[in-house]
Design a protein around this ligand. Structure first.
Ligand code: PLP
Length: 365
């Protein structure tokens, strides 16, 4: 297999794909594939429960949080969150640090909810996360939403914001962790809602994971679709309708890989730290490659960089591809390159990329 630096759908651990292949036609002697099982069968319910238990274990999720396995992508949460959390009124507050946070804000606005931008890094071109002291939480804030890692800009929070209104009350923190969940340990109890599309660090596309604190359930108006109501989804064990069963199963295999092969999120964290540090050091040590992000906010998962001469972009990508280094093209909105270093990207892949970059610079720079 080649090294895949895709931002999403991203690389999956080879060991997970091997295991899925070995169980593809005949799951553990049952004579059928997981894809062909009823979601209500004992076999599938056991798979689903095991996945949830392993995820709870990995992230040390407290018992007063529900774990939902949903469809619709992280983008559907841009609507579901205001629908569920603004049922009693109030406004959604946002910290804006890039493309995804903006989409979350625009979707809430589109639905007619009151929105307030509590802080933004727009003035610095989203190259540094706003300091916590610059947060202005509105008096009617029902929650504060932020994107812990902006996948396109390569900007990652280096702190967990505290959302405190002028009246001194805390408001729940809602975090889009699509592109850095499971990259290291987090304190789930700091959050009201955490959500993530699966297709980076969790599993294949088609599944979205939402962690919701119990006290935030049950305030959605009855006029919203039942498939959008966290309370109903939680009560039904995420099975109001047919869930994405195969993506759920594969994600469960990724959780087992993280626990058993990697050794948990502390070990994953150390590996991710090493991978990112190496690549940023190579970029900073060269006069040919550059990355614009403030050092403390450089993403460990998505490393955008540009070449000194953009006319060489196409050649760089072609040669990288030929060298088995796939999907390095930057997002169409920013250009240049982007290397996504999610959990399943091995350290050797980063070493190979760095060696390729040095060689390319020497020959063409
Ligand atoms: N939020 C972030 C941070 C993302 O990176 C993405 C996708 O790349 C999304 C949201 C949208 O996810 P989905 O395609 O699952 O709706």
């Amino acid at each position: 297999r080649h090294y895949n630096f895709c931002a999403g759908p991203a690389a999956l651990p080879s060991a997970v794909l091997e295991r899925a292949r070995s169980e593809l036609l005949d799951y553990q002697g049952r004579g059928l594939s997981v894809m062909e099982m009823s979601h209500r069968s004992d076999e599938f319910v056991a798979i689903a429960e095991r996945a949830e238990a392993d995820l709870r274990d990995l992230l040390a999720i407290p018992s007063h949080y529900r774990v939902l396995f949903l469809q619709g992508g992280a983008s559907m949460q841009f609507s579901m969150i205001p629908m569920n959390l603004l049922g009693q009124g109030g406004s959604a507050n946002f910290i804006q640090t890039g493309v995804w946070g903006k989409k979350a804000l625009n979707e809430a606005k589109r639905l007619g909810f009151a929105c307030h931008v509590a802080a933004s890094s727009e003035a610095n071109g989203h190259t540094a996360v706003p300091g916590e002291e610059s947060l202005t939480i509105s008096d009617d804030a029902a929650y504060l939403h932020y994107t812990s890692n902006e996948t396109i800009g390569g900007l990652e929070f280096d702190y967990i914001p505290q959302a405190i209104r002028v009246d001194g009350n805390d408001v729940p923190l809602v975090c889009d962790m699509s592109s850095n969940i499971l990259s290291g340990p987090i304190d789930v109890s700091e959050f009201g809602v955490i959500y993530a599309g699966a297709q980076k660090n969790i599993g294949p596309a088609g599944l979205t994971i939402v962690l919701v604190r119990d006290d935030l359930l049950g305030s959605a108006p009855s006029t919203i679709p039942s498939l959008f109501d966290y309370q109903l989804l939680a009560e039904a064990g995420s099975m109001v309708n047919t869930p994405p069963t195969y993506a759920w199963y594969l994600s469960g295999l990724v959780f087992q890989w993280l626990k058993n092969d990697v050794g948990g999120l502390e070990a994953m964290d150390a590996m991710n730290q090493r991978k990112a540090q190496k690549l940023y050091a190579a970029i900073d040590g060269s006069r040919f490659y550059s990355n614009p992000i403030a050092r403390q906010n450089r993403s460990r998962m998505n490393v955008p960089f540009v070449l000194a001469d953009e006319r060489l972009d196409a050649l760089f990508l072609r040669e990288a591809d030929e060298a088995g280094l796939l999907n390095l093209k930057g997002h169409r909105s920013v250009g240049g390159m982007r290397a996504s270093l999610y959990n399943a990207v091995p350290e050797e892949a980063v070493d190979a990329l760095i060696a390729f970059m040095a060689d390319f610079e020497q020959r063409r720079g």
